[in-house]
Ligand binder design. Structure first.
Ligand code: ATP
Length: 506
């Protein structure tokens, strides 16, 4: 289904008499253009701190910055408009920019409310607020509808690149590179794409494959600046995981679907939703999230649940919506939600959990349930007991895996991986079986730690090779995870067995 454009959406809401429309964007210019398009012949009265008041009729400026008002504080502007009748507000769209600086001033809230009352009593005026951040005081919440400028789709980005090449008279690029560039730009706004194109061609006067790296680096920053998502560079592959064979096989099968998504869909395969990986700390949960992205050959986005929570009404929900919209714009991708229990702990049944957390959780569940976009969610959690049971119901995740302490064979693999990574030449002389015997109850992170410490020790002792004894010595000086967390681990293991979660290990 074709998505409704922002212009059309705005004009529908204007015609329906919604009093305050809030456009959340830093692309002011584009927002202004959309408002002009959707105003349906109404005059537009626009105010910004930099330019003061301007009156537009039929898209042309007919009056600029009435006298002193150009530099007046926003409160005075509102007062003059509202109480002193500076303009006839009937049939006008009032556009206020950079509103986040003013919206928590009591006078501003009161004046906006007064205006809304007049609108509700019949005044034909629409207020449009434009701001790069969402800040809504509770008093105005029910009068405001939020809009966002949407990300461009793949084909539109392709067109935009072509337009840019023609406009700048750059050498043409082939279709394959055009596709790669368009893919790399997914998740950015038109404004950001234009800026990056200018940056990319400025070094050698053309767009080449080497510009992809510049684009990815900048894109990482732009995503980070937007606040809640982080794009992670993945070096890890599925080969870096020792053991967890059931989970690895499962991921490999999903990779077949995700890498051939069009053929799979045509065949009748549903879009994979994602996986919840729960269990013991340091046993490869994060490693699996990263390996999934490299296996699927898609970007990895990490969602920081802690940063989702905002202090204004609706801010947290909007942050979640924004993160989801961005992930869907970048898709296909892996969306990694780390420490899921931190975000949704305490919500269960009809008790506990703050109102915001409960609403946030509801929104997340609905999205997971209805999701058809190729955003593959990898949620990781240490303590599944803290998670609300609704999350575990069918239809949310494709599967839930439990990751426990590595068994003998897995410890052998993990030792081999970490020794060969650092001292490949010494591997054949090391008695791995002996190390496996002595490391019962060790997590993958414990084993990595032991290997790292042993290598650092021999370097400090100016030895030339790593031996079994060197590693055994560090094992003796290490307290394993199962020693430190004996009771909680036993409780957790029982819980996973009772709930019949799939074991990630064979
Ligand atoms: P936490 O819950 O504490 O975040 P986690 O389960 O996500 O832990 P990871 O971050 O994946 O654990 O693992 C920590 C480190 O331990 C990894 O960087 C990796 O080097 C090593 N490690 C853990 N499990 C394995 C494994 N199965 N194979 C190889 N290395 C492992």
């Amino acid at each position: 289904m074709e998505k409704e454009s922002l212009e059309i959406k705005l004009s529908r809401y204007m015609d329906a008499g919604f009093p305050i429309l809030y456009i959340n964007t830093f692309e002011e210019k584009k927002a202004s253009l959309c408002i002009e398009e959707s105003a349906g012949g109404r005059d537009i009265l626009e105010w910004s701190y930099a330019e003061g008041l301007k009156l537009f009729k039929n898209k042309a400026i007919v009056e600029e910055a009435k006298g002193e008002l150009a530099r007046f504080p926003f409160t005075s502007v509102l007062e003059q408009l509202l109480t002193e009748g500076l303009y006839d507000l009937e049939g006008k769209v009032l556009v206020f920019k950079d509103i986040h600086h003013y919206v928590n001033i009591p006078e501003v809230i009161a004046l906006l409310k007064e205006l809304v009352v007049k609108i509700n009593e019949g005044l034909d005026t629409i207020i449009v607020l434009i701001s790069p951040v969402i800040k809504i005081p509770p008093e105005l919440e029910k009068f405001i509808t939020i809009f966002e400028i949407e990300y461009m789709g793949f084909q539109d980005i392709r067109q935009e690149i072509k337009r840019f090449i023609e406009m700048q008279e750059l050498p043409k690029v082939n279709d394959a590179l055009l596709d790669e560039l368009a893919m790399a730009f997914k998740g950015l706004t038109k404004f950001e794409i234009d800026n990056l194109l200018a940056l990319a061609y400025s070094d050698d006067g053309e767009l080449t494959k080497s510009d992809l790296k510049v684009i990815f680096d900048q894109k990482k920053q732009m995503i980070m600046k937007s606040g809640i998502l982080e794009m992670i560079t993945v070096k890890e592959t599925i080969e870096d995981i020792g053991g967890l064979d059931n989970l690895k096989t499962w991921l490999k099968r999903k990779a077949k679907v995700i890498k051939n998504i069009n053929a799979a869909e045509a065949f009748g395969v549903d879009m994979p939703k994602g996986v919840l990986i729960a269990g013991v700390p340091g046993c490869g949960k994060s490693l699996n999230a990263k390996a999934a992205a490299s296996l699927f050959e898609v970007p990895l986005l990490r969602l920081d649940m802690g940063r989702l929570m905002g202090k204004y009404v609706g801010e947290s929900e909007n942050n979640l919506r924004k993160a989801i919209t961005m992930a869907e714009a970048i898709a296909p991708c892996v969306l990694w939600i780390d420490e899921l229990e931190k975000a949704f702990a305490g919500i269960s049944g009809n008790s506990g959990g703050g109102e915001v957390t409960t609403r946030l959780f509801g929104n997340f569940l609905t999205w997971m349930q209805e999701k058809t976009s190729p955003v593959f969610v990898v949620a990781t959690a240490n303590n599944i007991m803290a998670l609300p049971p609704e999350l575990m119901r069918k239809g949310r995740f494709d599967e839930i895996f439990f990751v426990g302490l590595p068994n003998k064979l897995e410890r052998q693999k993990i030792f081999e991986i970490h020794i060969s990574k650092r001292r490949n030449n010494d591997l054949s002389k090391i008695d791995i079986a002996e190390l496996v015997e002595k490391s019962e109850g060790y997590s993958g992170a414990d084993i990595e730690g032991v290997v790292k410490d042993a290598i650092e020790n021999i370097f400090a002792d100016e030895k030339t090779a790593l031996t079994t004894d060197d590693i055994l010595k560090t094992i003796q000086n290490t307290h394993s995870l199962s020693e430190i967390m004996k009771e909680p681990l036993e409780k957790m293991n029982k819980e996973y067995k009772d709930r019949k979660f799939k074991n990630a290990s064979k």
